[in-house]
Write a protein that binds this ligand. Sequence first.
Ligand code: Z5A
Length: 216
Amino acid sequence: MSDTGLFITVEGCEGVGKSTNISYLESLLSNQGVDVMVTREPGGTALGEDIRNTLLAVRGQRVNPLAELLLIFAARAQHLSEVVEPALASGRWVLCDRFTDATYAYQGGGRGLNTEVIAQLETMVQGERRPDRTILLDVDVSVGLTRARGRGELDRIEQETVHFFERVRETYRERAACEPERFSVIDAGQPLEQVQEVLMQLVQQLLAQSAAGTAL
Ligand code: Z5A
């Protein structure tokens, strides 16, 4: 077994089922004796949650996309140093609801910010740290939005157009295609039981690879 934990991120557009399936993954892993923690971005620390609230607040003023990007990386810097790195160093597995792939998808694909700028901030804030495995829950945008919007009031980003979310989804899919060894893409349009069957197989594979000390 590796002496550092695994860093697993879960990604996807609105309403794909990240929260639901992260809870499921957490219980699967705990039942297998893995010391696992769940966290999220933006957020995961007191400062990060304040930044999250600021980012998602609906205000009458347009938020400059670069300001949005910098706030997300500010929250990430705090999250990595205060939570993620210490947990991984102590051997815990970290399940993170969104990470930097979301930045490429939302701020890059959605807002149209230059990917090179995102990549520079990624290196500055994260150094070499990248997720060991990323689960991309993928579903037609209209299906995800219907699920998410069933919950009531929309935050600032949830109020974006369908075209915005189409660009987000496309960027996620392109990233997954470029890094097939890191990404596991799951059809989140299937009934939840089927999604979770796939997740169970994935967990078994991760546990076997981790125990064998082989590359993930
Ligand atoms: N953001 C960003 O812009 N840049 C960044 O770098 C980062 C984030 C890190 C907050 O994220 C916002 O931050 C997000 C992107 C931005 N923008 N927005 N909006 P978030 O992850 O906290 O918020 P979210 O995307 O709005 O998550 P969500 O809407 O809570 O969705 P979810 O967690 O993926 O879904 P869920 O709550 O688990 O499920 C939704 C419903 O669908 C629920 O009733 C489930 O029971 C149901 N469900 C789930 N799976 C299924 C299946 N398979 N079948 C049927 N029903 C299902």
